[in-house]
Design a binder for this molecule. Structure first.
Ligand code: LLP
Length: 861
């Protein structure tokens, strides 16, 4: 709590919060509670939702006579809300309505609106909404005193600011104001006033710029030396990333002022960046709260930080960044180049955001918000700059920032996160001098995916830290798997599983009902003509039988897999088997052709050296799309760093061989990688394949590969099959001539499998606690090989809360033999049954008898 504070608190409610009866009921009960706790409340609120935009439109449409219609829209909106609140708006707002009409008429007469008039028009939004608010609260008996903010907040003339800025983005003093406090204390315990508006020294109305209500509230908090500033809004708080783009984004429970400033400045729209400074100067904590659900814990911003705070707290993206790249050899050791170049930026009023330099190049970024006039001055600016160096303007880029604190000290831990840049061109990297921000500028097209990957690598993996609250999905109770029941099957079947583990020791258990559900889910992908199960993900006979019975085909990568399928299902139609090997010996191709199954060629060498084998046959070509995707670099199978596929540049040569040998290229295939969460990926692959296919006459089928990602734990994002389907449908509209195939492995089996093992020993070492189990990387190598993060629970103590930070390890003689690190676990005992979830894919198939310890066997239930 703030020292020496008064019993004032300032509550600010945004436009959405004050636009419905339901929200006003919540507001009233919040106020009631605060008053009964002995607080004095200063309530600051915005205009009704959308009204400020409409007022701006009136100003903009001064000359085209549309303003009358907009004025009556605004009036209707207030009338409607007043009716819901049981108030008479005409009586309450008559003066404001006629002032608005007059001002609108005035500007359409003289066809222009000066800044003074603009400010007066904009101010009406808040003046009207607060009058309704005050009347409603009084009707409920809350004794709210309505005050005109212009009598309490005075703007100060800012140095060098234009008249426009002085009137429309005014700033006010942040000092304490004991006189105002005394005055308000005589007027009552609940004051209601407007955000966004103030007056200047001459007594004219001024406004604080869009989003300025937060800033007003912060000024009032400073003046009154409030104990707390509460910002009530339409989201639960600040999140680790934009939750609409990343549903697994996590609520940030606590932030320092500096961190909040950085996050707000870098694009989070929850809080106006300018409202933090006044609170910070007076050490007034800010709380962000959710009007629709007042009980939900939000974000607290203060000067305190806990020991176990995460260092990277948020990942943000700012779009439409413009880069100016300046290149000259002359700059090397030349005094004054930067000064000359920056002088030109200054001349054109361009404000520079990020800078990066090398011997021969300086690249700077321009924040679009601060440089709205760039396009108007672009030509002369570039011409002037060209007198100094070669200039390139790079557009359509986005700035992706890791935000937190002491970022420099944890760069080494970000190693795996940086792997995502293997596939992305980075134009500029910048580490802020304040050590709170690490920014990369990349192509806008890549930005969303990059944020998603970074979020998954950096934030979703850090569980149990004080700064992070629940995910957006958890707060909203969103269903997490398409139609698979929200509760994990293994929770329902807990007793059976415990019994199995106690009888059988380490064991993989697969749930056949769950697999049935997943197969039905994949039915969403109606654009696909055929599904092949990628056998490599799990070769359990009973599961293969299930897939066989449900009509799936089989994608095999070795002749061993082919032989196995043929042994299990001797009568299978041969066109249900697809052979997709890589660097396999010639004999495997001979055998596959003899069996009459589909064969995929992924290297021109095969045609050049063994061409005669394929004479007169039908084949598929595996194309390298130039880029790979996937959860880890080991599983990305596109691009120069991957050994797979024929590069597009070789296709003409391939065609001359296939034509000569009369080989029919019946299908094009591409598999980008495994564990892909970007739903647009398969559509993009299809487009690349269609382009490649246009070089050949006979192509009928495009196989877009596997790779459908699953979430390995609750914190990861979920791939939406609906969105995958939308992408494929869009593709099909443009290319109806092709049949589409897909070959998922992981998606069909991952969530259906769990690994069970009993606790052998526990150990405490320094601050760390180890729980040892009877099997480890010999059964499940994924955490050691890819750093994969599987949910792990102590099934025997499912009802006990996780309270101790624990590493769950196996018995193998390698330090990497860890199934999970830093997990919040209950106190565990020898014999407890531990469950590692989502291990149905690439679990048992990748196991070994390393250390002569037999891996877990398999049971299907
Ligand atoms: N098609 C081809 C040609 C493939 O190489 C693969 C997987 C798939 C389809 C199936 O991909 P899926 O739908 O399962 O993502 N061991 C790694 C995964 C390696 C994937 C290899 N290829 C892991 O545990 O994550």
């Amino acid at each position: 709590m703030k020292q020496n504070s008064t019993n004032w608190i300032v509550l600010k409610f945004g436009g959405t919060s004050v636009s419905s009866l339901a929200n006003w009921k919540n507001i009233a009960s919040v106020l009631d509670k605060k008053l009964s706790e002995g607080y004095r409340v200063c309530l600051v609120h915005s205009a009704l939702s959308g009204v400020s935009n409409k007022l701006e439109k009136i100003i903009a449409s001064a000359s085209n006579g549309e303003s009358e219609a907009i004025v009556s829209e605004i009036r209707d909106q207030h009338l409607e809300l007043a009716e819901d609140l049981g108030l008479d708006a005409d009586q309450l707002l008559g003066d404001e309505f006629s002032e608005l009409e007059q001002l609108a008429r005035g500007i359409s007469l003289i066809q222009e609106a000066g800044y003074h008039v603009q400010a007066r028009i904009m101010a009406l939004g808040e003046l009207m909404s607060t009058k309704l608010g005050a009347a409603y609260l009084n009707k409920l008996g809350l004794k709210a005193k309505w005050k005109d903010a212009r009598e309490m907040l005075q703007s100060i003339p800012a140095k060098n600011a234009s008249e426009k800025a002085q009137m429309l983005s005014a700033i006010c003093d942040t000092a304490e104001d004991p006189e105002l406090r005394e005055e308000l204390e005589t007027e009552g315990e609940l004051i209601i006033t407007q955000g966004f508006i103030a007056s200047n020294e001459e007594g004219d109305t001024v406004v604080l710029g869009r989003g300025g209500s937060d800033v007003s509230a912060a000024y009032f908090a400073a003046k009154l030396q409030a104990e707390r500033l509460e910002i009530w809004t339409d989201v639960p708080g600040m999140f680790s990333s934009n939750p609409h783009a990343i549903p697994s984004a996590r609520l940030l429970k606590q932030l320092s002022y500096m961190e909040a400033q950085e996050i707000a400045t870098n694009g989070a729209k929850v809080l106006h960046p300018r409202c933090i400074m006044p609170a910070r100067i007076h050490n007034i904590p800010i709380e962000i709260k959710w009007t629709a659900n007042p009980e939900q814990r939000g974000t607290t911003i203060s000067s305190t930080t806990a020991d176990d705070e995460a260092l990277v707290k948020a990942i943000s993206v700012r779009d439409n960044v413009i880069l100016v790249s300046m290149e000259t050899l002359g700059m090397w050791q030349q005094v004054g180049f930067l000064a000359d170049a920056f002088e030109i930026f200054k001349e054109y009023g361009l404000s520079i955001d990020l800078v990066s330099t090398s011997d021969s190049n300086v690249t700077v970024s321009l924040d679009p918000g601060a440089n709205t006039h760039f396009n108007e001055i672009r030509e002369p600016f570039v011409a002037d700059l060209k007198s100094l160096c070669r200039v390139e303007i790079i557009e359509s880029t986005s700035a992706v920032s890791l935000l937190g604190r002491h970022i420099r000290t944890i760069l080494h831990q970000l190693g795996s996160a940086f792997e995502v840049f293997q596939e992305h061109e980075i134009y500029l990297v910048s580490q802020a001098a304040n050590d709170l921000n690490f920014t990369f500028v990349v192509d806008s097209e890549q930005a969303d995916r990059l944020v998603q990957q970074l979020h998954e690598q950096v934030i979703s993996k850090s569980t149990g830290l004080a700064s992070f609250g629940p995910t957006w999905e958890q707060i909203n109770g969103v269903e997490t798997e398409t139609s698979v029941s929200r509760e994990h099957w293994w929770k329902r079947k807990r007793e059976t599983l415990i019994q199995l583990a106690e009888q059988e020791g380490p064991v993989y258990v697969y749930d056949s009902d769950h697999i049935d559900e997943i197969i039905s889910n994949l039915g969403v992908l109606r654009s696909l003509n055929r599904l092949f199960y990628a056998v490599k993900a799990n070769t359990n006979r009973e599961l293969l039988q299930l897939f066989y019975e449900r009509g799936l085909g089989f994608e095999c990568v070795s002749i061993g897999e082919v032989a196995y399928i043929l042994e299990l299902f001797p009568d299978i139609e041969r066109n249900r088997i697809l052979f997709t090997p890589n660097f396999a010996p010639r004999t495997e191709y001979e055998q596959a052709l003899r069996e009459g199954i589909h064969v995929t060629i992924d290297n021109i060498f095969i045609l050049q050296q063994w061409g005669s084998l394929f004479e007169g046959e039908e084949v598929f070509l595996r194309i390298d799309p130039g880029q790979g995707h996937g959860h880890h670099r080991h599983v990305r199978t596109g691009g120069v760093n991957s050994k797979f596929g024929i590069p597009i540049s070789e296709l003409k040569e391939v065609r001359s061989i296939t034509e000569r040998l009369q080989i029919a290229v019946k299908g094009m295939h591409s598999h980008l990688g495994s564990g892909i969460k970007d739903p647009a990926s398969w559509k993009r692959t299809a487009i690349i394949l269609a382009e490649a296919a246009s070089l050949f006459d006979e192509v009928e089928i495009l196989d877009v590969g596997g790779g459908l990602g699953v979430r390995e734990n609750e914190m990861q994002s979920q791939l939406s099959l609906d969105e995958v389907e939308t992408g494929l449908q869009e593709f099909k509209k443009g290319f109806p001539q092709y049949r589409l195939w897909m070959e998922p492995g992981r998606y069909l089996v991952a969530t259906a499998g769990v690994l069970l093992a009993r606790v052998t020993q526990v150990k405490g070492k320094g601050k760390l606690r180890y729980v040892g189990v009877e099997t480890g990387m010999n059964s499940l190598i994924r955490p050691a090989l890819y750093g994969s993060h599987h949910t792990i629970v102590n099934l025997s103590r499912d009802d006990e809360p996780g309270s101790i930070t624990t590493n769950i390890v196996g018995p193998i003689c390698e330090t990497g033999d860890k199934l999970g690190i830093d997990r919040l676990f209950p106190e565990s005992k020898e014999g407890d049954v531990i469950l590692v979830a989502n291990t149905g894919a690439y679990g048992h198939v990748m196991s070994s008898s390393y250390n002569m310890r037999a891996p877990a066997h398999e049971v299907v239930i």
